[in-house]
Structure formats: structure tokens, C-alpha cells
Design a protein around this ligand. Structure first.
Ligand code: GCB
Length: 612
């Protein structure tokens, strides 16, 4: 009751009435606010007009912009009019980029910011026009020329709107209400151990297409094959049978396929591909031609499978030498996005000896995924189903499904991506099991070719025994175990004497392990965690290697984490200073002692790439 009175006091009555009326209309007509469309992939290969650069902004920490209807961009018309907002004469922000690191007053803000971009456009009746966002954290409400196009939720995946019928000749204005406030039913939910960078964090583009265009395609090897493509192409805007041609000039391949009436084109063919692998990251120029459109992509072909307790890449058993990475700009901090950021982070991972990177805990920008593929580093893609998720909520389940669909939609032709991860450290419950099992089935329907996993940390420790029991493991290809022995969990005995008990027999990846140390801290008792010393962290890594050596079914390990990163929950004033210090590298890229232990281990594991 009190809440209601407060709302009436602080918001003009007419706006409350208006909101109520809209709600009523929605309930009565079943009309809900428009959702963004699933985004086109391979945006770089399309005809683009970039909307990156300077955007005008209005900061809205108190949430007043909604009832002032900022998207209408009203101007005073009569002498007695005044309008209490304006994009003109206000601050601006760079897009792509998080807002927290661009304005000191926004450093720790989780709030609303309204963005505006003006662009000029010449109408072309032969073309369709899409407004594409690489990612906005966390929610985005998008308006064009005062009309709402729709909304999107989820900070790490692309979305778009078709604006062919709304764009005008001449001046157009886009307004986006961005809100990075965390919420209980969000993904992630309320608690997470990374910095919640808000804003339009990835590229914004206008995409021009022909009226009938190549909307989507999946061109990858079939599940068990080394030479047979089992995919599809989707043509948008046709209602008749059409030809689609696939060309791979290097292989002298030129094949024609027929669509159905709705534009779906099944694509099957064989070729003698040189398979993609970390040793030979071969990509082919693949051209897809419809009667009215052409799209080119760099695509690689490889086979990833689990047989027994091992992972096989192109028929050879592999050991995954991996590291976790958060999407933070090397050295500078802030949300990473550029190819340069990707090159530095992946270069560090390669120096360490990695053949895989886990892009924790959400889909990273496309530069990371593409560059890893070019460098011969396999990728683990993950959705932010992280720790305390409200699995009982149907809305949350629908969001999980949407984010997974968007991640797979974007990255499905990147052969470097070998694992879809559907969650991290969730608590066992009937609701969790049901939602994640359900999600795993949907994932396999969308893409049956990759391995899927869910990361779990509820193993039981007793008398130097580790019992891995979670029923969820049954539904996934790889058992991904996070264990922090030596840090959150004390060693239970000699690491080399540890006994594992696995309820399910599958390949095991230790997906997180490690501990904190501040670079350059070498004083204090070396056997005390609270010394935050490099030596303490180094010992954890030595002990972990001893543990790995007695871990049955071990198919790989993935250290937490490559670089120290910002996390406001890390509050020790001397050693953490707002950073999670589990990095093998400091935030400036300096190597801690543990780095050398893992580097040695990975060098020894390189020899494990064997034929079955
Ligand atoms: C974990 C989480 C990771 C954390 C890490 C830590 O288990 O999966 O997101 O950041 O531990 O440093 O505590």
C-alpha cells in the first residue's frame, strides 16, 4: 500500500493513468511489448552503415525518463512551454563502450541511461534495413523517431529490428533506454563475481539487404563425419522455390540446392576438407549465393566427439589445456570489445600453452570467437546461467532458452567453438534439474554437432575422497567440475593420494581451480592464504598438478583465471582493491609464479595429442 501511495506522489497522475491504461490494453488484447528479432549473423559480411561513435546521453539514476517519455524528444513549441530534459547540450558517450568507465559519476552505477543517435538516410525501395546491436547490457528499449521498436534483455548477445517501414528519408533519431540494474529474475541474477559494465557495449550497425536475402545458414560437418556437410540455408522474403549455390573456390566446389516455399534450403555435400585443428587452423572462403543476395564467410571444418571417457578432435584424443577469461580490456580495464583486446588476451592464453579458452561466464564479443578460431584456439561458449538462478520461474526458463538460442545463432558456424556450456555452479534442486535437462535437449536440437556441458561444484569431500555425484552430469557430454582445493576448500590429505569417485563415467574437465595472490607480494608466511603471496598461489598450482595426475578420465583442465579482473565484491583494501586476484597474470599482464607451474604442465601435456 505504502509503495502505491509513494508512486502516486512522485509521478504525475496522468502518467500513472497512462501506464495503467496501457497495462489494461495489454491484458485485454494479449498484445505484449515488442521483442527484438533474432539477429543476423556474420554481420561483417553484409552491407553496413556503422552507428558507432558518439551518442548523446541523458543519465537517469532516479528513473524519471520513462514518465517524461524521453523517446519523444519533445521541444518547447509555445512561449509558455518548457521541457525538463534534452539530449542537445548534454553529455555524450562512446559506442561501443561501457558507461561505467567513461564517466566518473557512473563508475559503480547500475541504473538507466538514455542514448540517442541521429543518422541520415536516403530511402531505397529495393532494400530492407535492419538496426543491429552487438550487445547492450542489460536491458534495451529501442525507439526510432519516437516510436518503440521493441525491447531486448540479456547483456551479451546480439539482437535487431527491421526498420524498413519506419525509417524516413533524411534525419532519423534512435533512442535506447539502457538499464544495467541487476534483478532476481535476470541472467545472471543478483550475485555475480564480475563487474557489471552497463551500456551499449558492442557495435551498432544498420544492415542493408536486398528484399529477399540470405538470413541465416549452418554449414558445418555432420556429427560423426570428417567430410560431409549436413546443414541448411534460410532465405528471407521468398514464397517460391529458389536455387541457392554454395561455392568453396579453394576446393573447386560449386553446388546448387533448392529451397522449399518458405525459403529453407537443406544443404548436404561432401568434400575433402583439410580439417581445422589447433595445429592447423584452416579456414575456407565459403560463398553462399541466392538469386538476389551473396554472403561470404570464413568457415572451418572439424569433428569434435566424446568416445568413452575421452574427447576426440578429428578422430584424435585430445587433452584440453585451457584458461578462463573474463571480457575485460587488458591493462586498461572496462568491457573489452575490439580485435586488439582479443589479440592481446588470446596471445596471453597461447603463451601459457592453451589450446582452449573458456569465455566465462557469458558470450564474449565476436572478435574473441573469430580471432581464437584464426589462432587455432578452441572456444568454450557459455550463457550467464550463474549460481543463484530462479529456476522455478517460467520467465527465467524462457530467458535461458532465448540467450542460448542467440548465442548459438551467432556462433554456430565458428568451428573453433567446440563446447556450449549451459550453466555454472547452480544448486541442485528438482527445478534446476528439470530446466537444465530441458535446455540441454533444446540445445541439441539447435546444434547436435558440439559437446555440451553444465559446470558443477557440488562434489563431496571426505577423508581425501572426492565424490562426484550430481545427476545433471548424466545429460551432458563432459563432466565439468569446479574445485578450489587449497583455497575455498582445504586439502583433505596429500593431493597425490586423493581418490575420486565418479557416479557417471564421462570425460572430466576441471573447469576452475586456483587461488588469489597479489603480484609482487612475496613476504609473509608462505603457507597462509591471507599472505596473498605469489608463493601460496604457486603451491596451489603445484598441488593441483599432483591432483590432476591421479584424476581418472581427465580430459582437460581450465585454470581460474588468466588475468586479475574487476569485481566489486573483492573488498580487501590492501591486496584486492576491487580485483579478483586469482589471475595468473596481474591486471597489467605481469606473470605471477603460478603461471610458470601451469605453463610447465601444459608443455608436458602437449605430447598427449595422440591417435586413438
Ligand atoms: C567460482 C566462479 C567464478 C568465481 C570464482 C572465484 O567458482 O565460478 O565465477 O569468480 O569461483 O574467484 O571465486
Amino acid at each position: 500500500m505504502r509503495g502505491k501511495i509513494l508512486i502516486k506522489r512522485s509521478y504525475p497522475v496522468h502518467s500513472v493513468f497512462r501506464n495503467f491504461t496501457i497495462t489494461l490494453i495489454i491484458i485485454l488484447t494479449g498484445f505484449s511489448s515488442l521483442h527484438a528479432q533474432n539477429a543476423m549473423m556474420n554481420v561483417d559480411a553484409r552491407k553496413l552503415i556503422s552507428l558507432n561513435g558518439t551518442w548523446d546521453v541523458i543519465l537517469d539514476p532516479a528513473g524519471g525518463g520513462e514518465w517524461r517519455q524521453i523517446w519523444l524528444e519533445k521541444k518547447p513549441e509555445k512561449k509558455t512551454d518548457f521541457i525538463e530534459y534534452s539530449f542537445d547540450g548534454g553529455p555524450s558517450l562512446q559506442v561501443p563502450g561501457d558507461f561505467n568507465t567513461q564517466m566518473p559519476e557512473l563508475t559503480y552505477e547500475e541504473c538507466m541511461v538514455w542514448y540517442r543517435k541521429i543518422f541520415n538516410y536516403e530511402l531505397d525501395s529495393g532494400k530492407r534495413l535492419f538496426l543491429h546491436f552487438g550487445a547492450v547490457n542489460y536491458t534495451a528499449d529501442v525507439y526510432l523517431n519516437g516510436k518503440k521498436l521493441g525491447s531486448h534483455e540479456g547483456g551479451f548477445t546480439p539482437f535487431q529490428f527491421e526498420i524498413t517501414d519506419f525509417v524516413k528519408s533524411g534525419r532519423n533519431s534512435i533512442v535506447v533506454k539502457v538499464n544495467n540494474q541487476r534483478n532476481k529474475e535476470g541472467l545472471p541474477a543478483l550475485g555475480f563475481d564480475w563487474f557489471n559494465y552497463g551500456g551499449i557495449t558492442r557495435d551498432v550497425n544498420l544492415i542493408l539487404t536486398p528484399r529477399r536475402f540470405i538470413e541465416d545458414y549452418f554449414i558445418q560437418l555432420g556429427k560423426h563425419s570428417f567430410k560431409e556437410i549436413n546443414g541448411w540455408v534460410k532465405i528471407n522474403g521468398i514464397h517460391s522455390i529458389q536455387d541457392v549455390r554454395i561455392l568453396i573456390p579453394e576446393l573447386k566446389l560449386n553446388k546448387i540446392f533448392k529451397s522449399n516455399q518458405d525459403g529453407m534450403v537443406p544443404v548436404n555435400f561432401s568434400a575433402a576438407f583439410q580439417l581445422w585443428s589447433p595445429e592447423n587452423p584452416k579456414l575456407y572462403n565459403v560463398i553462399i549465393e541466392s538469386e538476389t543476395d551473396t554472403v561470404a564467410d570464413q568457415i572451418g571444418f572439424r569433428n569434435i566427439e566424446v568416445k568413452g571417457n575421452q574427447i576426440f578432435l578429428n578422430g584424435k584424443s585430445i587433452f584440453v589445456r585451457a584458461v578462463n577469461i573474463h571480457e575485460e580490456k587488458p591493462i586498461k580495464g572496462g568491457r573489452a570489445n575490439s580485435a586488439t583486446d582479443a589479440r592481446v588476451l588470446l596471445g596471453w592464453a597461447r603463451d601459457l600453452g592453451c589450446n582452449l579458452v573458456r569465455l566465462a561466464h557469458y558470450p564474449h564479443n565476436e572478435n574473441m570467437v573469430k580471432m581464437a578460431e584464426q589462432m587455432g584456439i578452441m572456444v568454450w561458449d557459455e550463457i550467464p546461467v550463474y549460481q543463484q538462478i530462479q529456476f522455478s520461474s517460467p520467465v527465467v526458463q524462457q530467458k535461458m532458452n532465448q540467450m542460448m538460442t542467440e548465442m548459438i545463432g551467432r556462433d554456430k558456424n565458428r568451428c573453433g567453438v567446440v563446447i556450449w556450456s549451459l550453466s555454472n555452479e547452480t544448486n541442485s534442486s528438482p527445478d534446476r534439474d528439470k530446466s537444465l535437462i530441458d535446455l540441454s535437449k533444446k540445445c541439441r536440437l539447435l546444434d547436435s554437432t558440439r559437446l555440451i556441458t553444465s559446470v558443477i561444484n557440488d562434489q563431496q569431500y571426505k577423508n581425501n575422497n572426492i565424490r562426484v555425484w550430481d545427476t545433471l552430469y548424466k545429460y551432458f557430454d563432459v563432466m565439468s567440475i569446479n574445485e578450489y582445493l587449497g583455497w575455498y576448500v582445504p586439502w583433505q590429505g596429500r593431493p597425490a593420494d586423493t581418490k575420486w569417485e565418479f557416479v557417471y563415467q564421462k570425460p572430466v574437465i576441471i573447469s576452475e581451480f586456483g587461488g588469489e595472490a597479489k603480484f609482487g607480494t612475496n613476504i609473509g608466511p608462505k603457507d597462509e592464504a591471507a599472505s596473498w603471496s605469489e608463493e601460496y598461489q604457486e603451491q596451489i598450482y603445484k598441488d593441483q598438478v599432483a591432483l590432476f595426475n591421479v584424476t581418472p578420465n581427465l580430459a582437460g583442465v581450465c585454470a581460474w583465471i588468466l588475468v586479475d579482473y574487476h569485481s566489486p565484491t573483492r573488498m580487501h583494501p590492501v591486496y584486492q582493491q576491487g580485483y579478483n586476484r586469482k589471475g595468473l597474470l596481474s591486471e597489467l599482464g605481469e606473470k605471477k609464479k603460478a603461471w610458470f607451474v601451469l605453463n610447465q604442465y601444459y608443455k608436458s601435456k602437449k605430447l598427449d595429442y595422440t591417435s586413438p
